[in-house]
Design a protein around this ligand. Structure first.
Ligand code: HEM
Ligand code: HEM
Length: 225
């Protein structure tokens, strides 16, 4: 069992843009399934939520290079050796807590982001050939459209499986290791034995990158209209 040491300190880990990104993405993906699979709202909402998802993913990609320390890819994407050592360490009596994403979690984050990106991009070119089609269908051949539709249908199952795994992993940390990762994704702070301060960048930079991402998605749709 890994209970925090008696002398833990509250360390700021996740900046507001990363936390807002996470919960906005969670909400949008839920809405995508609600509209795409269960037709809870008209399909035009599926497209609008999809554009917002695309902009968010683009923002997160930029934030991975220009964001605060714990949100940068360079901070949490580790080589196979580090991942293997991390996994082995989990079986020790006192496994260390990571400040940001742990080496295994880093790869699960990248897989989730790529899977969401593939889902959103394929949607732009998907069509049920009846009354629902993505905004860029006219730009590609019928063969590409069919392939993208297949990808959109197939990848949604993979994405669902990854989300279930993601939530199970977070709950396992909570139940088995008594490490609550959910509260830090809300408050931004973690209780750690080590108080090494992290570097944070201004939220204005995040706002500018989000605006840039929104403009890029709007420009893509305008060019493909
Ligand atoms: C549609 C559903 C979800 C998706 C696509 C998703 C995706 C992600 C992504 C991409 C990250 C990395 C955050 C970043 O660095 O930008 C992340 C982290 C995290 N997510 Fe989710 N998430 C989902 C639902 C949830 C739910 C329901 C919970 C709560 C149980 C949750 C808890 C967390 C936690 C605690 C982290 C931080 C993990 C760590 O400390 O390394 N997620 N998630
Ligand atoms: C991450 C974001 C997305 C998720 C999770 C998602 C999910 C889904 C789901 C579950 C379906 C139903 C598939 C089925 O009936 O088997 C669907 C259908 C569809 N989606 Fe999405 N979607 C996303 C993004 C988009 C985007 C950005 C667009 C276009 C703007 C789009 C366009 C479509 C279209 C045209 C259909 C009907 C064609 C088909 O059945 O494949 N989707 N989507």
């Amino acid at each position: 069992m890994n209970t925090p040491a008696a002398s833990t300190v509250s360390v700021r880990v996740w900046d507001a843009p990363t936390r807002l990104f996470h919960w906005a993405l969670t909400l949008l993906i839920a809405l995508q399934y609600a509209t795409g699979e269960y037709h809870l709202l008209a399909m035009r909402w599926h497209y609008w939520f999809g554009y917002a998802t695309l902009a968010l993913i683009l923002f997160r990609a930029l934030w991975g290079f220009a964001g605060s320390q714990a949100s940068r890819f360079a901070d949490f994407v580790r080589g196979p050796g580090t991942v293997v050592r991390y996994v082995i360490m989990q079986f020790s009596t006192n496994p260390q807590r990571s400040i940001g994403h742990n080496p295994l979690g880093g790869w699960s984050v990248m897989t989730l982001l790529l899977c969401v990106a593939a889902q959103a991009v394929s949607g732009l070119f998907a069509s049920d050939e009846i009354d629902n089609e993505g905004p860029l269908v006219a730009q590609v051949s019928s063969k590409t459209m069919k392939w993208m539709t297949w990808l959109h249908d197939w990848n949604q199952n993979l994405l669902l499986a990854l989300i279930v795994l993601h939530v199970i992993a977070v709950l396992l940390y909570l139940v088995r290791r008594h490490e609550n990762l959910i509260v830090p994704m809300i408050s931004g702070r973690k209780e750690l034995a080590d108080a090494r301060p992290l570097r944070f960048v201004s939220s204005w930079r995040a706002l500018a990158l989000l605006a840039l991402s929104g403009i890029a998605v709007a420009a893509l749709l305008w060019l493909g209209r």
